[in-house]
Design a protein around this ligand. Structure first.
Ligand code: ADP
Length: 598
């Protein structure tokens, strides 16, 4: 903008300079000319006056010197140079030079003009006698008979004649100088007044093009420029709010994508990863954020998924398939590959959506296995009941001792059957969420005492000790029946799998936001290799021993289900022949999260 201002200034200076020069040149010429004319006319009228005084004062050319006193008198009165020349060009008198040394004047243009019959002859030239630029005017001097006897000439220095004009020109020059200065000052002022706001507008538009939308026009100038500034402010305001909206939407979209339970990955036309969400990282078991801009082939090693992606690129149609990913452990995903138009026209980008259905499939398998296992488990007591009753009917009931022994076995088997059916029913009710939760603040010790009462007889038979350690009088928000079921199953197992004279201790304590209920026994323990499986349905370490102990293999499945349903978790610590510790962690304050669960 400074350049523009300089250019405008220079332009004005040059234009003004040229016009001033032309104006000065013309006006000085006009002034000089007019001065000369005016002074020339004055000189001529003076000459004519002198001529009228001297004309007819002598009779002939021979007496010409008689006019000299009159001329000298006139010369004394005026400052102009008076010259008297005879018809041969000889100077008879000159008021400003010595006539004796003056050359012949016959060839002087003003003399020639008079000799040629003109009343007034004029000329301006450098005088050879006084050596200055002079204006000459000459007229004939007549005798009494009207004959020309000589030539009277008046002359004046041109400098004197144009003296006033010079002053005028000087004044003009000063005036023009001041005008030029004012022009420079005003031009500078106007260019600043217009230039600065325009410079500001230029900077604002530059900032806007670099996405700095908070910038605003603040100068004040002519209203046209201010209007332009206001329009730019409106534009900046609109852009700012639009950009905020876009950012807001972008943020929402990112939040949405980041919280989706489906893995999302966007691939560009070059098969490079443009975007991923956290679930995609989890699903593929890799941090894909470091792979943005890399080919998807670097991270997706599944042949099936790659094939599906390539098919989507090729056919430009949605592709869907269930695919097994063999990562650290097998993952089953429902893959949807959605083609979308790319940023460059005619290209295709892809949205890869992977829904991890491993858990769903696992549950499905668990369910089918459960049905198979349940039928199998139920068949054992039923077969026993059927076999014993058939044997009895076949005649064995005649023998009273056998009858009693068989009936006892049948009673035991039917009790087991009853237990198993009860457990199966409870599990299925839990899974179908048929059991209503009634959460209330409970003292854990009271529940443990209820459980001990139930198991008292069994423990006494094995001469076992049941103990409670609860120095803090632990309280928690929980469903009473569910907590009782958890403790019953754990303490029941502890009693079952601990030999005579053993002990079972239930210890309660507070941990930060949780409550820990520890069930410890000094029984047979669980081998390390089996520990990961004992929460599975119908899983038993030693089937015969479990059956003898009246177990169904469902107790710990129910415990695990209930604990997780109460937003807690369970941990196992056991050593063969030393004992087992089950630690149940439950939140102090229950928060209903069932709706949040998948
Ligand atoms: P069960 O009805 O057979 O006891 P559970 O699901 O309750 O079934 O337990 C699964 C298996 O875990 C049991 O069969 C048993 O082998 C083992 N187990 C559970 N609790 C204990 C414990 N306190 N000590 C030793 N083994 C245990």
């Amino acid at each position: 903008m400074k350049q523009l201002r300089g250019r405008i200034l220079l332009f004005f200076l040059v234009v003004f300079g040229i016009f001033s020069f032309i104006f000065f040149y013309i006006s000085s010429n006009v002034f000089v000319q007019q001065g000369l004319e005016q002074q020339g006319e004055d000189l001529e009228s003076q000459l004519v006056t002198l001529q009228s005084q001297l004309n007819g004062t002598v009779d002939s050319q021979d007496d010409i010197e008689e006019v000299l006193p009159g001329i000298e008198k006139a010369a004394a009165a005026i400052s102009e140079r008076i010259t008297l020349i005879d018809l041969t060009g000889n100077v008879i008198y000159d008021s400003h030079a010595d006539q004796n040394v003056i050359e012949n004047h016959l060839d002087r243009p003003e003399i020639q003009a008079v000799l040629n019959g003109e009343m007034i002859g004029t000329y301006d030239r450098i005088s050879t006698s006084t050596e200055d630029l002079r204006y000459y005017t000459a007229t004939p001097l007549l005798d009494t008979s009207g004959e020309t006897i000589g030539i009277l000439r008046l002359s004046k220095r041109v400098e004197e004649m144009t003296g006033v004009t010079d002053e005028l020109l000087r004044f003009l020059l000063v005036f023009m100088g001041i005008s030029l200065l004012l022009t420079v000052l005003f031009t500078y002022y106007w260019t600043r007044r217009i230039g600065d706001p325009i410079e500001e507008i230029k900077q604002i538009t530059h900032k806007l093009s670099h996405q700095k939308y908070s910038t605003r026009y603040r100068s004040t100038s002519y209203h046209e420029i201010d209007d332009l500034g206001q329009t730019i402010n409106d534009l900046a305001g609109n852009l700012e709010s639009q950009m905020q909206e876009i950012k807001q939407n972008d943020k929402r979209m990112k939040e949405l994508i980041n919280h989706l339970v489906i893995g999302v990955m966007v691939l560009n036309e070059n098969r490079e990863i443009e975007m991923v969400n956290p679930i995609m990282n989890e699903t593929l078991g890799e941090n894909l954020y470091g792979k943005i801009g890399h080919s998807y082939l670097e991270v997706i090693k599944s042949y099936g998924l790659n094939q599906l992606i390539e098919a989507a690129f090729e056919k430009k149609r949605l592709q869907n398939r269930e695919i097994s990913l063999f990562l650290q452990d097998e993952r089953i995903v429902d893959a949807n590959i959605v083609p979308i138009p790319g940023r460059i026209q005619g290209t295709t980008n892809l949205i890869v959506l992977l829904y991890d259905i491993t858990e769903i499939r696992r549950l499905e398998t668990v369910r089918t296995d459960f049905v198979a296992n349940a039928s199998h488990e139920l068949r054992t007591p039923i077969t026993a009941l059927k076999g014993f009753s058939e044997t009895l009917l076949d005649g064995a009931m005649e023998d009273r001792e056998v009858l009693i022994e068989f009936l006892e076995i049948m009673l035991k088997e039917s009790s087991r059957l009853d237990l198993m059916v009860q457990d199966i029913l409870q599990l299925s009710k839990l899974e179908q969420k048929q059991i209503r939760m009634n959460v209330e603040s409970i003292e854990a010790k009271a529940v443990v005492k209820e459980v001990f009462q139930i198991l008292q007889q069994k423990a006494e038979l094995k001469k076992m000790e049941l103990r409670i350690i609860d120095p803090k009088h632990v309280q928690l928000e929980v469903d009473h029946d569910q907590l009782k079921q958890i403790i019953l199953n754990l303490v029941g197992n502890a009693v079952s799998y601990t030999p005579e004279y053993g002990e079972v201790v239930v210890e309660m304590s507070y941990l930060d936001q949780e409550v820990m209920i520890k069930v410890r026994d000094n029984g047979i323990g669980i081998p390390q290799s089996e520990q990961s499986r004992i929460f599975e349905r119908f899983y038993r370490v030693d089937k015969a021993r479990s059956r003898n102990a009246g177990g169904t293999g469902l107790g710990l499945s129910i415990v695990k289900y209930l604990v997780e349903n109460l937003n807690g978790h369970i941990e196992l610590n056991s050593e063969v022949d030393k004992g087992t510790i089950f630690e149940v962690y439950l939140p102090k304050v229950f928060e209903n999260r069932t709706n949040l669960k998948r």
